[in-house]
Design a protein around this ligand. Sequence first.
Ligand SMILES: Nc1nc2c(c(=O)[nH]1)N[C@H]1C(S)=C(S)[C@@H](COP(=O)(O)O)O[C@H]1N2
Ligand SMILES: [Mo]
Length: 574
Amino acid sequence: MSNIQRLTAIGAGLLAGLVAGLGLTLIQLAMRNWWGISPPQELIPDRFAPTLDVDRFIELVNEYGYNTLKRFGIQAGLTGVLVAATLIGAGYAHVSETRAANAGRSLFLGTNRRGLLFVGVSFIALYVISLAVLWPNLDTNSLGLPPSQARLATAGGYLAAYLSYAVLLIATYWLVTQWARSPQTAMNDAPHDTAPAMASMPTSAMPITRSAAVQTSVPRRTVLASFGGAGIAALAGAAFTWPSVRLLRQFEDDATFSYDGRRYSGPGIEPITPQDKFYTVTKNTLDPDVDRGIWRLEVNGHVDTSHTYDFEELSSLPSVTQLTTLMCISNHVSAGLMSNAEWKGVPMADLLNAAGVKSGAVEVVLRGADGYTDTFSIDKALDPTTLVVYEINGEPLTRIHGFPVRIVVPGLFGEKNVKWVTGIEVVTSDVKGFYEQQGWGPNFEIPTRSDFFSPTMNSGNRSFREPFAVNRPATLRGRAYGSALGGDPGTNVSKVEISVDDAQTWSEVTQFDYEGTELTWKFWSYRWTPTEPGEYQLAIRAYDGAGTLQPVESLPSDPREGTTGMHRVRAVVE
Ligand SMILES: Nc1nc2c(c(=O)[nH]1)N[C@H]1C(S)=C(S)[C@@H](COP(=O)(O)O)O[C@H]1N2
Ligand SMILES: [Mo]
């Protein structure tokens, strides 16, 4: 085989691999769409994000933003799969076209034993590696299949997808090389046509092998014809590209980029956050779109009797409604990754008691349809305020807030409030959830905090936008949230104090526009009448129900307590 023929073959292999890779991507996107099966391109970032060290993770998020990291993860995954698919195509061409391989008889679609072996080994290796590496994440299913079924669905889906790739690769390569041969030589050649007659001959005695046939044709024609083949392959590629691009565009519209990190803050905020304004955080690039009919909740692990609930059974159990404030651990002082709502659902304790928690239980592990996991202690799980909820402010949860069912666990950071929950497993050891593995924690209790939200501040909430007027009363307003550690019984925030002289002297705030409950924030207001023009440094601080002062020292982002500190705002009086 001449060098030019070898190069032509490798080129055909690359092309066939790329086309088959695009086909694979298309099949994966379709499976994601129809059956909720997350492809490796989506699970690999999920698999490795938790292995990042917490400080590195905070650094990366601060530098690039979560959305950029997600985009990078998905793009790297999509590109990686296409590159791998293309290289396997080249490998297939190389192995198929060696003299030894061509000396054997053709099996079907121009394959020979060596070529088939190469595809088979690549297929098995990729499949086994995918399952082994992604094992912890295979229980992801965006339609809401419970973990045990989701794992089977994903394993089956990968099998089908990889097999499709193998068949596409062989077929496309055959198409390209078939075309690359001139009509006459293709007729003389076609080893698969003549093979039956020669099957009984020793291979070495075969008069015409495929490479021999190619060699007998005029090389220039072969090269020209292979351009024709390339054209056909390019057309086939385009046929895959078009729907792929369409699906990718739909993916972009659907992706979480537009709402991940949505905040709720500013002078207009209400004590109870409307669902469509509720702050939003998700690890996902594409959130689950759970089908309530398919969705199930498995309660299992260290219990007497496991049970799987469907939505109807869960929502027909005795329910409670409860006001609860949620806050993300990445919320900055006075920022808006915090909201309050009225939740309706079933106490987790009812489900656990029905299952019968065995002695020795330590934690519950919660799983979401997106493969997210988090944990808290069995005591917290059995606390009557820890809920498995399906309504917020009297409406079903929307997709982005965990439809159809999520966890609400008062006093613990947002990440413990697992959305799209499909599994509650009782365990006897200290298991680590998605972010916990990075090194966050161990307490996850929202510390007592307070801030100003009105009047309007400049970005960063460090100064008021408009000057205040001498001797004219102004109303300052803000929030206060007390740690669940204090305040039992009674309200969590026992006192709020304000300073207008740079934290030198403090006055108690006595007006509360929203008292809330022991599980929620409060809204406070304060009439301030400055008597002298000048610059003022205002500050606010709160005490929890046990009378403990909030953390006042500024911690930019602490893996244990999140961002803490006292909110200080500059005011100009004219
Ligand atoms: N399944 C699942 N649950 C999840 C998350 C997630 O990515 N997946 N993010 C968590 C984080 S970090 C926060 S702060 C809250 C945010 O809930 P919200 O978007 O409804 O406000 O959900 C938590 N629950
Ligand atoms: Mo969060």
